[in-house]
Design a protein around this ligand. Structure first.
Ligand code: FES
Length: 583
C-alpha cells in the first residue's frame, strides 16, 4: 500500500525514536518493565483502554479478553499497552453512571493524548462505557477500534428464559401485587445474570454496541457475540490484529463517521427497538464528530422504520437468540435499502461488503420487513407546553391504549417524595392518572438517572394495572417497559415547564400528533413561572461542581460544553497541534 505510514511518522516515535535525553528515559523505563528494544522499536504503540473492574460484572471477562487483544497486537507487529480507565458499572455506581459518562470520555481523551499512543482499542459495553470511550477517542482521532463486551447468556427461571431489567421489573411488580412468593423472587435473583457480559435484552448496552458496529467502529459481527462464547475471544484477537494495520493505513474514526453512517446507526437502533438512551448518546457522539444529528432526525426516521428485531423489552427474545438467528450482520441485511451500504468501516471495507452473504436463521427473531414486530414508531419525539425542546417516548414498548390519553396529574417534587408516597393507600390516584416526577434531569437529580419508569402505585398494581402514563425529565433503562415520557427538556431544575405542573392539572398526550401538553392557560403558566424559585445547586465541591457548570441539556446530548468541537475560552493552545510537549 503506497500510503502506509513510515515508522518515523508514528506519534510514538517522538517518545521512543529520537536520540535525546527524554527518549533515553522512555526507553530505559520500558526496559525496566522487561521489554527489549526489538519489542517496540518502530512498531505502532496500541493503547488498550480497558474498563475492567472488580465491581463491573458486565466486564468481568475483560482480564482474559485483554490478553487476547494483546495477542493479536503482538502477532500483527504492534506493541500493546494496557491502560485501565474508570469502569462505569451500571448496577453499582450511584447516583447514576450518567453522571460520569463525560468523565470517562475525558479520561480516555487525556490518556490517549498524554501517552505515546499511535492507535487504540476501546474495551467497553456496559451502558455508558460505550459512548464515553468513543466520545473520548473521537476527540483525539487516532486510529480506533471498539471491542464490545458482548451480552451475557439468557437468564433461566423455572424452565423459561428471563431477561436483564425487563423481567426484573415484571417480577418485582408481581411480587408487590402478591402474585409470586419470596422464594420465587429468590429464584429470579439467582438465575437472571448467570455469565459475564452486559445486559442481554435490547437495553442500552446492546443498543449502543450495535450502533457502534453500524458506525463502522468494530469488526463486522462483533457486537452480537455472547461474552462467554469462544468466538468472542477470537474476535478480541482479530480486533488486536486489525488495529495495527489501521495505524499503518492511518484510518481514523473521523474518516468513517459521516451523516450517512449516523443515519444508518439511528435506523438500526429504531429497527432493533433500541433504548431511548441512545438518543442522548448518539447525539453527543455525532456532535463530537461535528456531524449534525437532532431529536427531529430520530423522529423522522422513526416514522418510516419498522421494528424487526423481536427482542425484549419490545419483543420476546434475548441477545443470545439474536446471535444464533444471524446477529447484527443478518439483521442489517434484512433492512435492505434502508441501510446505506457505501459507508466505510474500520476493516477498510464498506458496511455493504461486510454484511454481504449474512443469513437470517430464525425469522421469528429477526423478522422480514413485511412482517415487522411494530410497523413504525420505535420511539417518538414529543413537543408541547410541557416540553418545548422535546421529550422522548418508546411507543413500541407500552400499552397501546395510552397512545392518546388525557388524565389528572399526580406530581412528585423529587425522587424521595415519590418513594415516600407512591405506595400510600391515601394517594389520590387512579388508572387514568398521569404520574409526574420533577427534579430528575441532568442538573436536578443530578445526573439524569434511569428513574423514568416511575413505579405504578401498589394499590393500582393490586387492581391489575400494569401500565400508566408517566412523565419525567429522567432517562429510563433500555430494558424498561411502559408509557413513560422521558428526557423532558428543558428540565424542571432549570425552570422548564415540568417544574410548573401541579396536582390535578389535566395532561394530554397524543403520540400520533407528537404532542404533550398540560391543559393550563398561558396566563396561569406565566404566573407559576414568575413564582418559581431556582433550587440550590446539588454539589458544592469537586467534580460535581464542574459537572453542574458545564452539563448541557438532553436535546443536545448532555455533553460538557467545553468538550465539544469549537469550544474556546480564548486561551492559546499549549502547542500548535494540541499535542503535549514531551519533557
Ligand atoms: Fe452493565 Fe446492564 S448492567 S449493561
Amino acid at each position: 500500500m503506497t500510503n502506509r505510514k513510515k515508522p518515523e511518522e508514528l506519534r510514538s516515535h517522538r517518545w521512543y525514536g529520537v536520540k535525546d535525553l527524554r527518549s533515553f528515559g522512555h526507553r530505559s523505563r520500558t526496559a525496566q518493565m522487561g521489554y527489549h528494544q526489538s519489542d517496540y522499536a518502530g512498531k505502532p504503540v496500541i493503547a488498550i483502554i480497558n474498563t475492567w473492574s472488580d465491581i463491573n460484572p458486565c466486564h468481568s471477562h475483560f482480564k482474559a479478553r485483554v490478553e487476547e487483544v494483546k495477542r493479536g497486537i503482538w502477532q500483527a507487529g504492534g506493541f500493546p499497552v494496557e491502560m485501565p480507565a474508570m469502569s462505569l458499572s451500571e448496577p453499582f455506581q450511584k447516583p447514576t453512571t450518567m453522571l460520569y459518562r463525560n468523565l470517562l470520555a475525558m479520561e480516555t481523551e487525556e490518556l490517549l493524548k498524554s501517552y505515546p499512543a499511535d492507535g487504540c482499542v476501546l474495551m467497553g459495553g456496559c451502558d455508558k462505557t460505550t459512548p464515553a470511550l468513543v466520545m473520548g477517542a473521537l476527540a483525539m482521532n487516532l486510529p480506533t477500534i471498539f471491542m464490545p463486551a458482548g451480552p451475557m447468556l439468557r437468564g433461566d427461571y423455572k424452565g423459561g428464559t428471563i431477561g436483564s431489567g425487563s423481567d426484573t421489573w415484571k417480577y418485582w411488580a408481581e411480587l408487590r401485587a402478591g402474585n409470586i412468593t419470596e422464594n420465587d423472587w429468590q429464584e429470579v435473583e439467582d438465575g437472571i445474570a448467570r455469565s459475564p457480559g452486559h445486559c442481554m435484552t435490547m437495553g442500552t448496552a446492546s443498543t449502543m454496541t450495535s450502533a457502534v458496529e453500524v458506525l463502522g467502529l468494530t469488526l463486522p459481527g462483533a457486537a452480537s457475540i455472547p461474552a462467554p462464547d469462544s468466538r468472542h475471544a477470537q474476535m478480541a484477537t482479530l480486533t488486536g490484529k486489525r488495529i495495527v494495520d489501521m495505524v499503518w493505513e492511518d484510518l481514523k474514526p473521523l474518516d468513517l463517521l459521516t451523516e450517512g453512517s449516523f443515519t444508518n446507526a439511528v435506523t438500526a437502533v429504531l429497527a432493533l427497538g433500541g433504548s431511548t438512551n441512545s438518543v442522548v448518546h448518539l447525539i453527543a457522539m455525532a456532535r463530537r464528530a461535528s456531524i449534525p444529528l437532532t431529536l427531529d432526525r430520530f423522529d423522522e426516521l422513526a416514522r418510516i422504520t419498522p421494528v424487526i428485531a423481536n427482542l425484549r423489552p419490545s419483543g420476546a427474545y434475548l441477545m443470545e437468540d439474536f446471535y444464533y438467528a444471524g446477529g447484527l450482520r443478518a439483521f442489517l441485511g434484512q433492512l435492505g435499502s434502508a441501510i446505506d451500504g457505501t459507508q466505510l468501516t474500520c476493516n477498510g471495507k464498506t458496511l455493504g461488503e461486510n454484511i454481504q452473504g449474512a443469513k437470517v436463521y430464525n425469522e421469528d427473531v429477526i423478522r422480514p420487513l413485511a412482517k415487522p414486530l411494530v410497523e413504525r414508531d420505535g420511539l417518538a419525539v414529543l413537543y408541547g407546553n410541557i416540553a418545548p425542546k422535546g421529550a422522548v417516548i418508546k411507543p413500541a414498548a407500552m400499552e397501546q391504549h395510552l397512545r392518546k390519553h388525557t388524565g389528572r396529574a399526580v406530581v412528585f417534587k423529587d425522587y424521595n417524595d415519590m418513594s415516600a408516597r407512591i405506595d400510600s393507600p391515601d394517594l389520590d390516584v387512579d388508572k387514568d392518572s398521569v404520574i409526574v416526577l420533577q427534579s430528575a434531569g441532568p442538573q436536578g437529580a443530578p445526573g439524569m438517572p434511569e428513574w423514568g419508569q416511575l413505579p405504578i402505585p401498589q394499590k393500582l398494581l393490586k387492581q391489575g394495572v400494569r401500565d400508566m402514563l408517566r412523565i419525567s425529565d429522567a432517562r429510563m433503562s433500555g430494558t424498561s417497559y411502559g408509557a413513560c415520557v422521558l428526557h423532558v427538556t428543558p428540565e424542571s431544575h432549570v425552570g422548564g415547564p415540568l417544574a410548573l405542573v401541579r396536582d390535578g392539572d389535566m395532561i394530554t398526550i397524543d403520540i400520533d400528533a407528537r404532542g404533550i401538553n398540560m391543559l393550563v392557560s398561558d396566563e396561569e403558566i406565566a404566573k407559576r413561572k414568575a413564582a418559581w424559585v431556582k433550587p440550590i445547586p446539588k454539589f458544592t465541591r469537586g467534580y460535581g461542581v464542574l459537572y453542574l457548570k458545564h452539563i448541557q441539556q438532553a436535546d443536545v446530548g448532555c455533553d460538557f460544553d467545553f468538550l465539544e468541537p469549537g469550544y474556546s475560552e480564548g486561551a492559546e493552545p499549549q502547542t500548535a497541534s494540541g499535542e503535549p510537549e514531551i519533557h
